[in-house]
Ligand binder design. Structure first.
Ligand code: NAP
Length: 520
């Protein structure tokens, strides 16, 4: 059986004890084991500080971009092996595995191209310079300079390739070395990806290290220039944020947590129209892609009360065509949940949702999967619920069920009412609205824009090109307020800021402008 290793201090480290088993979620067969026992976390941090940080600091943005380009190419060249590992360890279909792996190489490629545009600089100029006195004798300019620390990247189980790459792209481009830690249950893809990057020799020594298993005392060793970028559940985020050392050392922490994303059908959208078809297609994709194990999946579906019946039928018809089972079987279109724990949690979650809603499609219980032995595999077929009272739907606005599960909520058509119901979720990563009416959408933005990090507008004009509300694009912000963690990742320059320090440079105008590299 394979034993996953950590890559620290320029060497592959194999633990001798403390192993956690990994499984194929479609068959429950044990496939690997993981432990970080024996990793010297102090030495790993020291290695990043002494080797990785100076190597990156010596490079311009454009030169760091060359590293990202090479990383992207290396992952692309090995995409088939990574997609196959996604099947074995995550239960991902080929499409779901490609979504993760191509998302990783695509995000690295985007930041490589972005780095070319930033050019031969090492700091970013922010905004216009401003006079600080009556004459040009004293002038101010904001700059962003690399933090002189290490980034610890803690990732969730559902995107083992993309999670690694989207965080590494931003921190390496900002000039900050990273120690990446995948979720234990699905660490195989991340381990292999780092193995590929190390073997291809695309990274400066110390720029990227890997911890498979627990982080030990790593977080207790972080200092004021370091960064913790966390993706995972709100519960873990709450625990980590309270870490005494993180608070005492004022370590910068970014949290990407869970989210009760909503899709809202506006009253102007007629059945059969392009916006209606897009809405149905998007909701079904966002419920079932990666078996609903996406932080951006749709959990709540707001529909004008008079359309609830039509929408229920349209969604149920498409969900009924989904074949749940072992992705090794060619007929299968949706795989299992990643672990026994995730399945049990999703079953409990549906039971909680059902206290304020009723199941109208599926069962919310484990089922046998096509292509897997009876009784084996952590399968949950798509489950749709419906509440009669959107505001009183209780757990629907509190409980993330991390699986192919969503709840229909009726409303009376007002953008203000839809915004208010959406906000009951406490802050989303993405909210999608489907409307061809600019006034309705503007009203929604005015009443509800602050409750989400991203507003995806599906309309007739967008129907051909819209990629689905769950797709996180490196050009656009990823992160949302409140429950979603309050963090900000990606979004071009936005993603670099986590790893950079804002500096107000003050002095004589000509000197400030020369130092900042601003054209005079
Ligand atoms: P999780 O249980 O919170 O774990 C997330 C990560 O935290 C894992 O790497 C885990 O490692 C690590 N971790 C747990 N306790 C820790 C500790 N005391 N110290 C250091 N690290 C610790 O979440 P998950 O089950 O992997 O992922 C599912 C959740 O992530 C869902 O709620 C989903 O919405 C959210 N998510 C959010 C985003 C986003 O961008 N907002 C993206 C993807 C997923 P171990 O596995 O070793 O415990």
């Amino acid at each position: 059986m394979k034993t996953l290793k950590s890559y620290v201090c320029g060497k592959w480290h194999a633990a001798g004890s403390g192993f956690v088993p990994l499984h194929d979620p479609a068959t429950e067969e044990e496939i690997a084991r993981v432990s970080s026992a024996g990793v010297d976390f102090g030495a790993a941090l020291d290695h990043a500080r002494r080797r990785g940080a100076p190597a990156l600091a010596a490079l311009t943005f454009a030169e760091r971009g060359q590293i990202l380009k090479a990383m992207s190419k290396a992952l692309r060249d090995h995409r088939d092996v990574l997609i196959e590992l996604s099947r074995v360890n995550n239960g991902a279909t080929a499409g779901d595995g490609a979504f993760d792996v191509d998302g990783a190489s695509g995000t690295l490629a985007f930041y490589a191209a972005y780095a070319r545009r930033l050019g031969e600089r090492r700091s970013l100029v922010e905004g216009e310079g401003v006079p600080l006195a009556r004459t040009d004798g004293f002038w101010g300019q904001h700059l962003l300079v690399s933090r002189q620390g290490v980034a610890v990247h803690v990732n969730a189980f559902n995107f083992p390739a993309w999670g690694l790459a989207e965080k590494a792209a931003c921190s390496l481009l900002a000039g900050v070395p990273a120690i990446t830690k995948p979720a234990t249950a699905t660490a195989m893809v991340t381990e292999r990806a780092v193995e590929i990057l190390v073997a291809e020799g695309v990274l400066p020594e110390g720029a990227l290290q890997l911890v498979c298993g627990s982080t030990g005392d790593l977080l207790d060793r972080l200092g004021p220039q370091d960064v913790l970028a966390f993706t995972g559940s709100a519960d873990t985020a709450l625990r980590l944020r309270q870490g005494a050392n993180l608070l005492a050392a004022n370590v910068r922490v970014n949290v990407e947590a869970d989210s009760l994303n909503a899709a809202v059908l506006a009253p102007d959208v007629a059945e059969g129209s392009p916006a209606f078809e897009l809405f149905v297609k998007d909701v079904v994709r966002e419920m079932t892609q990666k078996a609903g194990q996406k932080c951006t999946a749709v959990r709540r579906i707001l529909v004008p009360v008079e359309r609830v019946g039509v929408v229920t039928e349209a969604l149920a018809a498409r969900l009924g065509a989904v074949v749940t089972g072992n992705p090794a079987d060619e007929s299968v279109t949706m795989g299992p949940l990643a672990t026994a724990h995730q399945l049990a949690d999703a079953e409990r979650g549906v039971a909680e949702l059902a206290q304020g809603a009723r199941i109208v499609h599926g069962t919310g219980r484990r089922a046998d999967g096509a292509g897997s032995p009876p009784g084996k595999g952590w399968f949950l077929a798509p489950t749709l619920l419906r509440a009669d009272d959107a505001r009183g739907a209780g757990a629907v606005h509190r409980r993330e069920v991390f699986g192919p599960v969503a709840t229909l909520l009726p409303y009376h058509g007002g953008a203000d009412e839809a915004a208010e119901v959406n906000a009951l979720g406490g802050g989303t990563l993405v909210t999608s609205v489907y409307s061809d009416d600019d006034v309705w959408v503007s009203d929604f933005v005015a009443h509800g824009g602050a409750a989400t990090g991203r507003l995806y507008v599906g309309s007739a004009g967008a129907a051909e090109a819209a990629p689905g509300s769950g797709l996180v694009l490196p050009q656009s912000l990823h992160g949302g307020p409140g429950r979603a963690g309050g963090g900000e990742e990606l979004g071009g320059e936005v993603g670099l800021k986590l790893y950079m320090q804002r500096l107000a440079l003050q002095g004589a105008r000509d000197m400030v402008q020369r130092v900042a590299g601003v054209e005079t």
